[in-house]
Write a protein that binds this ligand. Structure first.
Ligand SMILES: C[S@@+](CC[C@H](N)C(=O)[O-])C[C@H]1O[C@@H](n2cnc3c(N)ncnc32)[C@H](O)[C@@H]1O
Length: 402
């Protein structure tokens, strides 16, 4: 994990876990071929150029659903189609997983809080909402198991059982993900312990009465964007998760679109309205309301990244070019117990725009409660996601932290 001083900057992606590359290059292509090839004779053959051509047709179509800003709540239930499920595994799984892995790496204290909760309760329960094939929680599993493996104790026994609770409206993608989980676990023969997926096939915001949240971490990956922005969904669906989260809290990652980002900002503002407000692990460095809830600008990040996976690369070329950026908006809500750990460092502020041409010359926007201010862009420019010493504090020159 990165040093403490680096953790708040959102301008650099991490090195991805070694096993993540094996998942993308070995496990997923073989799994997709075995499960989705139309011809029996193809199933056991190695994944090759012909397969890239074959599977990229569905990928190009699916990508059109996702790439343009639109009312996501009107998307069809695309995972009912095998063509789209297979292409999701071959490309979007790697892309989405990389965003989660970047934030797991960037917020080590949140992960520690989740692990402490698991140690206390004996279960590391990850509730993955709108899980699809469990992308976010499988990325977390690889992150954790690679961490354990690097501790270099053999044989390794998990200190708690791991339950990945996957909630999705599409039962077929949940089953696909469960099979994939088994294949990923085969990459860790030296690790023993109970790891299982619990499949919950339903609309995520209609919680049954007996649904126990006691989760060490709750993950939402690109799912709000597919649901209407309706106060009922907030009240029935999100509020129960956000009332009194445990462990590592609730991490929501959404597309970098304006509508998706401003929706997260709205959720963040709801948190500030309660008597005992929750504060975020990130991206905000203050506990006040978000200055980008409305208006022309919105809070999102574009992180340059060397994304692993040789097939991932081939599929991204099919979509128009090698993917070099991770673009997303996010909100990671901390628990009340973690308030102290999540409190941002004093005297630092986050840059929330790239350099902008203004009447005063090149400037960057700086995030502050309720409004943003500007700071002059220095010779080595600030970028969206940087954190700098607060230039409004008398003794602070506007220096960067990384
Ligand atoms: C873009 S996919 C994201 C999947 C996964 N979280 C990821 O990051 O790769 C969105 C998922 O949300 C699910 N979804 C959309 N609306 C839902 C709803 N109302 N209830 C449950 N799942 C829903 C879809 O079926 C799909 O699996």
């Amino acid at each position: 994990m990165k040093s403490d001083a680096k953790k708040h900057s959102l301008t650099e992606s991490p090195e991805f876990p070694e096993t993540w590359t094996r998942v993308l290059d070995d496990v997923l292509p073989a799994f997709v071929k075995e499960r989705f090839s139309p011809s029996e004779s193809w199933k056991k053959k190695p994944f090759d150029k012909e397969d890239v051509n074959f599977f990229s047709k569905g990928l190009i179509e699916l990508s059109e659903f996702f790439t343009v800003e639109r009312d996501g709540s009107k998307l069809p239930n695309y995972f009912t189609t095998a063509r789209f499920r297979s292409s999701y595994f071959l490309y979007f799984f790697g892309l989405q997983g990389a965003k989660f892995l970047t934030l797991f790496d960037r917020y080590p204290k949140a992960i520690e809080a989740a692990l402490s909760h698991a140690t206390e309760t004996g279960v590391f329960r990850v509730v993955d909402v709108g899980s699809g094939p469990g992308t976010a929680s499988l990325a977390l599993l690889v992150f954790l198991l690679d961490g354990l493996r690097s501790a270099d104790r053999r044989p390794l026994t998990l200190p708690f059982s791991i339950e990945l609770v996957w909630i999705d409206q599409n039962g077929t993608i949940l089953k696909d993900g469960e099979i994939l989980l088994g294949k990923i676990l085969e990459l860790y023969p030296e690790i023993t312990g109970d790891v299982r997926a619990i499949l919950d096939d339903r609309s995520w915001w209609k919680h049954p009465k007996d649904f126990g949240f006691n989760a060490s971490l709750v993950l939402f990956g690109n799912v709000l964007n597919e649901c209407p922005d309706d106060p009922r969904i907030f009240q029935q669906g999100l509020a129960p998760f956000l009332r009194d989260p445990k462990g590592g809290g609730v991490l929501l990652i959404e597309p970098a679109f304006k509508s998706a980002s401003q929706r997260l900002a709205g959720i963040r503002n709801e948190l500030t309205l309660t008597q005992d407000p929750l504060i975020p692990w990130g991206p905000c460095l203050h506990a006040g309301t978000c200055p980008l809830t409305e208006g022309r600008d919105w809070c999102h990040f574009s992180i340059p990244a060397k994304l692993p996976g040789s097939f991932f690369k081939k599929f991204s070329i099919k979509l128009g070019g090698i993917r070099e950026w991770l673009k997303f908006s996010f909100l990671w809500v901390a628990t009340r117990e973690s308030k102290k750990a999540a409190t941002p460092p004093k005297g630092w502020v986050r840059i929330i725009s790239d350099p902008l041409r203004t009447q005063q010359g090149l400037q960057n926007q700086v995030c502050r409660p309720e409004r943003f201010t500007y700071v002059k862009t220095p010779h080595r420019p600030f970028h969206r996601g940087d954190i700098i010493r607060d230039p409004l504090l008398p003794s602070n020159p506007s220096t960067r932290r990384n």
